[in-house]
Design a protein. Structure first.
Length: 137
């Protein structure tokens, strides 16, 4: 399914624990943390330390909304935003009202192909198409 028209004003609300996607570095990145149950690790995205709640909420307002085919809820399943040459994904925290966002893993291949052109357009307007291409391979 293609991009969903943005009609709401989304709130930014981090998922608990509130510092899960924040760290001490002023750049986005990832850390591997032990799984809560069982062996192995989980890759956790981290936002730049300088990103404010206001910036995060502003990114939601200009985000590209997406929902899979068959999605019946009245809010998007995911929002995608471009910021400083990085792609961010946001997921609902309070369905229909708020989202929490985090840097998208360029290795995850979770960006729907139907959004590639819209993401490129946003990246072009922000002067970072080359940087964004790594998520659209």
């Amino acid at each position: 399914m293609g991009p969903t028209p943005q009609v709401e004003c989304w709130l930014y609300q981090p998922e608990e624990p509130k510092k899960k996607h924040k760290w001490d570095y002023d750049e986005p990145g990832f850390v591997d943390v032990p799984k809560r149950k069982g062996p192995g690790t989980v890759r956790v995205a981290k936002c730049p330390s300088s990103m404010t709640m206001e910036q995060a909420e502003e990114l939601l307002q200009g985000a590209i909304a997406w929902s899979p085919r068959g999605w019946t809820r009245d809010y998007p399943q995911r929002l995608y935003a471009v910021h400083d040459g990085w792609l961010y994904r946001a997921m609902p925290t309070i369905p229909g009202r708020s989202y929490h966002g985090f840097p998208e893993d360029d290795q995850s291949r979770q960006v729907p192909e139907t959004l590639h052109e819209a993401i490129r357009e946003v990246a072009s307007s922000k002067g970072c198409v080359e940087e964004i291409e790594r998520w659209l391979r």
